[in-house]
Structure formats: C-alpha cells, structure tokens
Design a protein around this ligand. Structure first.
Ligand code: PEP
Ligand code: MG
Length: 758
C-alpha cells in the first residue's frame, strides 16, 4: 500500500514547492487522503499564545470551520493526543469517552480514526488526523507510516505554525509576529528590514513574462560578466595556493559560462517573452537534462555543474546593489539566511541597526562581528519567511533573542522607550572608563578586547580596553577579494598595534575553516568543524603562514606590543612546528636587515585534546587563552552554528566548569599567564563564575567592557568563589543559570541583562 520512501519524498517536495503556508497545508491534507485512501484528513496546529489546537487545514470536513474550530489540550480526541503526545488509532471514535462532536465541522459519522502528534525539537506543533467510514483500526503499517510522515513534516509545520500566516484572523490574533531565535549580540533596535540574497535557487523562480527583451538580455549579460569576473579573479589571484581540483573546476565553470549553448538557449526563451530569471531556469533545466541520464557518473555530474552555474548567475541577477545605487536608509535591520561579513561591509556601519539571520547561531562569525560593532543580532530565527517582509518595519530584541515583524505603533513606541533606556544606561557606564575593573575586595581583573575590524579600534579605546586579547586575523582576510599580500597585511597589523601601543595586542594567526570561509578559497568538507581549521590549515599552507608572520613581526618591529596566538591547537607537534617556523622567519628577517624580536607566543585552548595534554604543552608556550566558544562546541559535541542544538550550547554546562577548573589549575601550577577570550567573557552570569574560578584576564567585545567592568566592581571575589562551589554541585546549566540570575538580581545588576518589555 505505501511505497514509503518515494511517497514521502514526493510529499515533502510538493510541500516545499507550495506558494504559501495555506497552500502547503492544503497539499498535505489532500495528499494524505490519497495516500491512506480515506475521506478525511485534518491538520490542527497549536496556537502560540492560547495553547489550543486550531483546525488549520482539512480535506473532508467543512472548509469554513478552518481557523474557527479549536480544542484545548486534553479536550476531545485531538486534545488528548496533544496532551499525551501519543498516537491514537481507533476503530470507532464516537464511542471513545473523549470524543466530542463539533457541529461546525459537519462531521459525518466517521468511525475509523487515527491521530498522531506533530513534535519538533521536543515541542508540540499540532496534531494530524485521518478518518475513515469503516469500523476497524488502521493497520500497523499505516500507523507506522503516519508517524513517519508526522515526524518528517513537523519541522516545516513548525515554521508555519510560528509564523501565524495560517490563521485567517491574521498573525496579530495570536501574537505570532514574535519570532524566537538565539541571542547573538545584545541591544534593542527598531528599523526597516533589508532582506539580503534569499538564497534563492532556480527552483524558486516562478514564470514571469516581459515585453522588453533587450532589457532582459542585458540583465543576463551583466550577470554573466559579474560571474566571469568572480571566477577569473578567484582563479588567477589564488595562483599556486589553489589545489588542482579546485582550479580545474574554475576552468570548467568558465567554459560552461561562455558556452554558446547556454547563451543561445537563454536568448531563445527571452525572445519568446520570458524574463531573464525564468529563461535562465528553463535553459539550465534543458541543458542539465542532457547529462542527468548519462551512465557515466562524471558526465552526470556536469548536470549538477550547470545547475550550480545557473544558481550563481541567478544570484548575480537578483543581488542587491551595493551602497550608493541602493538603500540609503539609516535604520536598516539586515536580514538573511546567513549574513556574511562581506555582506556587512557593503553598508556604512552607521546604517546597520540590527542583524537577523534565520540560520546560524550566537557564535557564527556574523554574531561575533555584530558584538564587536555593538549591533544587536539574533540568529537562527524560526518561523520567519523573510521574503514577505523586505522593507517592512520590524523590531529586534538582542537581549531576549527575538524579532518582531509587523509591530503595532504601540509596540514600536514601547521598544523605542526600552532602546533609549538601554542607551542611557550604557552612557552612564562611560564614567567607568578610566577606573580599574576591581572587585569590592580588591581583586584586579584585566579587561582586554576582542577585535578584527579596524572599525572597532575606536570603540575598544573608548570603552577602556587594556589591550587586545584576541585579534581575529581572519576577519581582514574575509573582507578581501583574494589573499592579502604581506605589505597589505603589514599595513593593517601596524595600525592595530599602533592604536593600542604600549598595551599588549595578541594577534591570532589565520583561523579559517569551520564557518569561517574565505570568499576566494572555498574549502568543502563534510565536517568542516572537524576538518581543515586554524593551525592545521596554516601549517599545511606554510607560505601563507610565513607571509602572515612576516607581516606581523615587521609591523611590531618599532612598536613591540605584539603577542602571537595560535588557534585550534590539538597536538604537541603543532606547537613545535609552529615555533620552528617562527624561528626561521625571525632569522630570515634578520638576514634581510630587518631585525625583529621574538614576541611572546601563546596557544588557544579550545580543543579537548589540548586540555588533556596541557601539562605537556605549557612548557612550549608563554601564555594561554581559552577559546570558550570552540571549547564548548568540542567538549559538548554541539555545533556552535546549528540552531537545532542551540539550546544545548551553553558555556555554563557543568562539563565546561570542570574543564575550566582544570585549565586554571594547570596554568597556576606552571605559572603560565591565562586569559579567556570567548563570548563567555561578555556574559554577566558567566563572569561571576570566571572570577570565582580565578581568571584574572578576560577578553571581550569592546561594547561589553563597560557592563562587565560594572559587574566586577560590584562583586566580592570571595562570594564569586562561594557561588562557583554551589554551581559545581548542579548537574545542568539551567539550574546554574537560575542560581546566577538570582545573584545578579540580589546585587542589583539586573540591568545587565537588558530592559524588560512592559
Ligand atoms: C573561541 O573559539 O572561543 C574563540 C575565541 O575563537 P573563535 O570564536 O574565533 O573561533
Ligand atoms: Mg575558536
């Protein structure tokens, strides 16, 4: 009866092609009546605020009952499924003691009933029901298949459910214009959404006609030119650094792009009245089809290449214009699936008031840069269909990790009030700039800053940073169009060292890989976070490392405040090799009449193996910096960028506290200076424990320094130690956070976690 996999795949595909939420849900119920050969299928979704299961789509019951019929949890059979979270498979539903007849549905006497809960990431989304006239239970096979379908659809349905677009009364009826995400950078902002490259692919394009063939042709030609430029630039500038398979791919893509077949096909469609995107979609489909059925997998792969080229061309065709040609607004909330650092660089920093990503998490590099720039950011936002909101007013609340679309005037006013209260509070903290970060019982904590953009040198100095604890050197690489030369790097490093001199600046060597991709050097890996990252990558690309070291050492020649920091160390021999390379580079520079001193060299502890091997590594380095972002990720096996597991990513997991205790004790035993430079250092609750653990140097984004200084100046280190002892007794981070939240409230430091909406 059920060809499970293929039926399921085609169901999911059809839904993904549906035009909107209502159409998608309609597809689901119709398809399920066909698959199960029943007269009725109904989908109930849980309303966000009222905790009721609302009929969201039906095939077989009265269509006008959609959106009007709802059941409380535990009310009727549907409510019972919602409460117990178990499927119900009944031969004769009306005889069940939970059965309720709802007149609006005009329900005929259906006996056969099966309902299954829709659950996504442990949360009830709704209930899916099928009903038949016969008086017998559905088969086991049918039940198993229904459960499988429900689990497959739950993710998609959660997005619909949260968006509220399915309610006939409109979203405001159920408060679902609030979209939850993950806090990535604190702050509140109201502004207009600027939706960037919606990750459109050719499949998303719908047919459109145009009467201006010449204009459409010009659109296509411009996109080809831009892509040619992108490919040629990428291939030529990378030169010898490019692995041969990648450079071959560049050549193949260029050849395909310039092939007369592609252009001829597109021209033909445009002349027949298509717009350029539709013509491109059709032409790519036709050309790819020639290859798709080939036996030889190599030839088949060419079909994939054509689609790939088509998608890249499409993005050029639809991409937003850079500043000057485009948006001049000063209150933009940039929104997209993932917003790259390069995307941010297109705008003037003054224009960007907030960042909203439907993908990524707090520790995506976009989040880190947003923190550096003091821009509120929320990542991994669910249930937000961005393409419906481009240009609209919205609110972002970086403290609570949510954004609000289509806000009422009253809501905008309320959030503007909160925003100005927050800004006032931050302004008041400016008076602390020249005061030391010292606890009430006299323990001094050094507050350094994390940086990577020249743009945040000023906030760093303005907020009283006592130096740079982490200079992420990959950020300037990410903003470049090709690997920067030694002299280009030298210029940037010199400016940073100079801006902070004589305060120390720890410059980390290139840490790309994972989510930090260079636009001109794509690294494709199944498991990028376990792959070619940080020191592994630079040791394998020695010339890149040497160029960078030369630039840093030369920049430091007359300034003398440089410290080198090695990212992602996981093996002792990586440290040894790195030290040799530094020695060789120093000798080389000396032989060129550029004598430079050996700076202190430190390692990041962010991989569990480094933690376990720390006693063997410490004799090789001058200082240690804890990268709590990656250490949490690797210790807990929780991807720092995956919104699905964002709730599990918490620096205050008990395992992290135990790990931090060990690092502190190894460093104390060997007398090695220790600091912490992950985002944990900007989390007020975490800082209570870091002080208790004995950490005396923290490096954090410039905008967070005043708040953390205020916190440190308000606590006693002895109570922080007591608090740590109590926190170590707990087995989960929620309890630890509760303890620390209560302490912050007790100390009158609640403001640190943002103003509360009324
Ligand atoms: C870290 O992992 O904590 C860290 C500071 O490095 P990054 O976030 O740049 O990976
Ligand atoms: Mg890291």
């Amino acid at each position: 009866m059920f060809q499970s996999l293929s039926t399921l795949t085609s169901l999911v595909q059809e839904i993904s092609r549906a035009e909107n939420a209502i159409a998608a849900m309609h597809q689901i119920v119709i398809k399920l009546t066909e698959i199960f050969e029943v007269p009725v299928c109904s989908l109930y979704l849980k309303s966000a605020s009222q905790q009721r299961l609302v009929l969201a789509a039906t095939e077989g019951l009265a269509p006008d009952s959609v959106g009007r019929v709802s059941l409380a949890l535990n009310e009727g059979l549907v409510g019972k499924i919602g409460r117990t979270l178990h499927p119900l498979n009944l031969a004769d539903a009306p005889t069940h003691d939970k059965f309720v007849y709802i007149p609006e549905t005009h329900e005929a006497p259906y006996h056969q009933f099966m309902g299954v809960p829709l659950i996504h990431l442990r949360e009830l989304i709704g209930v899916l029901v099928i009903q038949g006239t016969v008086q017998e239970k559905f088969s086991r096979e049918a039940e198993a298949f229904m459960v499988t379908i429900a689990s497959q659809l739950a993710g998609t349905l959660q997005s619909i459910q949260r968006s509220g677009d399915w309610l006939p009364q409109g979203p405001t009826a159920f408060e679902h214009n609030r979209h939850a995400g993950v806090r990535a950078a604190p702050g509140i902002a109201c502004g207009h959404l600027e939706v960037l490259h919606l990750n459109l692919s050719l499949q998303d394009i719908t047919e459109e006609r145009s009467t201006d063939a010449e204009a459409e042709l010009a659109r296509f030609d411009t996109a080809v030119e831009r892509l040619e430029e992108e490919l040629t630039l990428g291939a030529s500038r990378l030169g010898d650094n490019l692995p041969s398979d990648v450079s071959n791919l560049f050549a193949v893509y260029l050849m395909m792009l310039q092939s007369p077949e592609l252009r001829d096909a597109v021209v033909r469609h445009i002349r027949l009245g298509s717009t350029a995107p539709w013509a491109l979609r059709e032409s790519s489909r036709e050309l790819a089809a020639h290859f798709d059925n080939a036996e030889d997998p190599y030839i088949r792969a060419r079909g994939e290449d054509i689609r790939n080229i088509g998608n890249r061309l499409l993005r050029h065709m639809l991409s937003k214009k850079p500043l000057g040609n485009g948006n001049e607004r000063r209150d933009l909330l940039l929104a997209g699936d993932l917003i790259s650092i390069a995307d941010l660089s297109v705008y003037h920093p003054e224009q960007i008031k907030g960042i909203i990503c439907t993908g990524g998490s707090a520790l995506s590099h976009t989040g880190i840069v947003a923190n550096a720039l003091g821009i509120p950011a929320v990542m991994g936002v669910t249930g937000l269909d961005l393409k419906n909101h481009d240009g609209q007013l919205a609110i972002i609340d970086g403290y609570r990790g949510e954004c609000i679309t289509t806000p009422s005037d009253a809501m905008i006013n309320e959030y503007r009030r909160l925003q100005s209260a927050d800004e006032q509070f931050i302004d008041q903290l400016a008076s602390l700039r020249d005061l030391p970060a010292e606890t009430l019982d006299g323990v001094r904590v050094q507050l350094l800053t994390n940086t990577g953009l020249l743009a945040d040198v000023t906030p760093g100095r303005k907020n009283g940073a006592e130096g740079v604890g982490l200079y992420r050197s990959e950020i300037p690489f990410m903003l470049h169009e090709s690997f920067p030369t030694e002299d280009e790097q030298y210029e940037v490093y010199r400016q940073v060292l100079d801006a902070y001199a004589p305060l120390p600046v720890s410059m980390r060597t290139l840490d790309i890989g994972g989510d930090k991709q260079l636009p001109y050097f794509e690294i494709r890996e199944e498991n990028p976070f376990l792959g070619w990252r940080g020191i592994r990558f630079t040791l394998d690309n020695t010339s890149l490392l040497v160029t960078q070291l030369r630039a840093m050492l030369r920049a430091n020649a007359e300034i003398g405040n440089l410290r080198l920091l090695i990212p992602m160390v996981s093996r002792v021999d990586e440290l040894q090799t790195f030290m040799h390379i530094v020695e060789d580079t120093l000798e080389e520079l000396a032989s060129e009449d550029c004598p430079v001193a050996r700076p202190p060299i430190g390692m990041m502890v962010e991989v569990p193996s480094a933690l376990l091997l720390l006693p063997r590594m410490l004799p090789l380095v001058d200082f240690v910096s804890i990268g709590s972002n990656d250490l949490t990720q690797y210790l807990l096996a929780v991807d720092r960028n995956n919104p699905k597991v964002a709730a599990l990513f918490d620096n205050l997991n008990p395992a992290m506290l135990v790990a931090l205790e060990q690092i502190v004790s190894h460093c104390e035993a060997s007398g090695t200076p220790l600091s912490l430079c992950g985002e944990m250092a900007a989390d007020p609750a975490a800082v209570l424990l870091l002080v208790g653990l004995g950490l005396r140097t923290l490096s954090l984004s410039a905008h967070s320094i005043p708040k953390i200084k205020w916190l440190i100046r308000s606590i006693e280190s002895s109570s922080a130690r007591n608090l740590l002892q109590r926190a170590l007794q707990f087995n989960n981070e929620a309890e630890i956070r509760e303890l620390l939240g209560a302490e912050l409230r007790r100390l009158g430091l609640k403001n640190l976690t943002g103003p509360e909406p009324g």
